[in-house]
Design a protein around this ligand. Structure first.
Ligand code: FE2
Ligand code: FE2
Length: 246
């Protein structure tokens, strides 16, 4: 990926990460939302996260020439079908394994520690909601939205018009998915705040530590996952549909 594009306070944070995925590390470090909030400018995102814009700019500049993730293609130009397949194989498969594992840990930790740490009950409620929503969310992407994106790309490759689609426009399922991403983002932020940034208490048992570590990794993976959908796959699919509609 290009790492030489300009970094300025008025560029959307999602776009900065599309240009160079390495920048997501800086944003994660400062708690800056670049996935659901990817359309915000860098200045607005820093203000929202209550962090100093100049400190973020300095770190982004430092990171400027660091190589991107060479293990992944440049998703800004790779075929959309390849990106959709990658999202399923990398992120959906991970979630399908990790969500039930963490659900068991949540149950164990709430049972053992909620008396002394009552906020765990709320963590359990938020987690259950997130797990249920993500499971149906991924199914909708795999059965409806991603096949439609692939059809649009295939039609464009053959020089055909927009294929018939029962959703009207690809923008309709995209809007639903973006709404669900916002819900997931809010659930993650709530769990982060309830657990004091995923910090185990002094009396936390190994399972407590394992749960918070697992939730922290889940959050980081979901941020990257949602970024690839909201800031790359969805806008590219919508643009291609517009092109087909002339
Ligand atoms: Fe997804
Ligand atoms: Fe999604």
């Amino acid at each position: 990926m290009s790492s030489v594009t300009e970094i300025s306070p008025d560029r959307p944070v999602g776009e900065l990460v599309v240009d160079n995925p390495n920048r997501s590390r800086v944003f994660e470090q400062f708690g800056i939302d670049y996935c659901c909030g990817g359309k915000q400018t860098l200045a607005a995102a820093c203000a929202k996260a209550k962090v100093d814009l100049n400190s973020v700019l300095a770190l982004l500049e430092e990171n400027h020439h660091a190589p991107g993730d060479a293990s992944e293609p440049d998703w800004a130009t790779a075929p959309l079908s390849e990106l959709a397949r990658h999202i399923v194989e990398r992120h959906h498969v991970y979630l399908r394994g990790e969500l039930p594992r963490l659900a068991k840990l949540v149950f164990q930790v709430v049972s053992a520690h909620a008396e002394k740490h009552p906020e765990l009950r709320e963590v359990g409620r938020v987690y259950a909601g997130l797990q249920a929503e993500l499971s149906t969310h991924m199914m909708k992407e795999e059965r409806v939205l991603f096949p439609l994106v692939e059809m649009i790309e295939a039609a464009a490759a053959k020089g055909e018009g927009m294929p018939p689609c029962h959703c009207g426009s690809v923008e309709n399922p995209i809007a639903v998915m973006e709404h669900e991403h916002r819900d997931a983002g809010e659930a993650l932020a709530r769990m982060r705040s309830l657990t004091n940034g995923y910090t185990p208490p002094a009396d936390g048992c190994p399972t407590y530590h394992a749960l918070l570590d697992g939730l922290k990794r889940l959050e980081a993976d979901l941020h990257v996952h949602i970024h690839k959908e909201n800031n790359i796959l969805f806008p590219r699919a919508a643009a291609l549909e517009k092109q087909l509609n002339g």
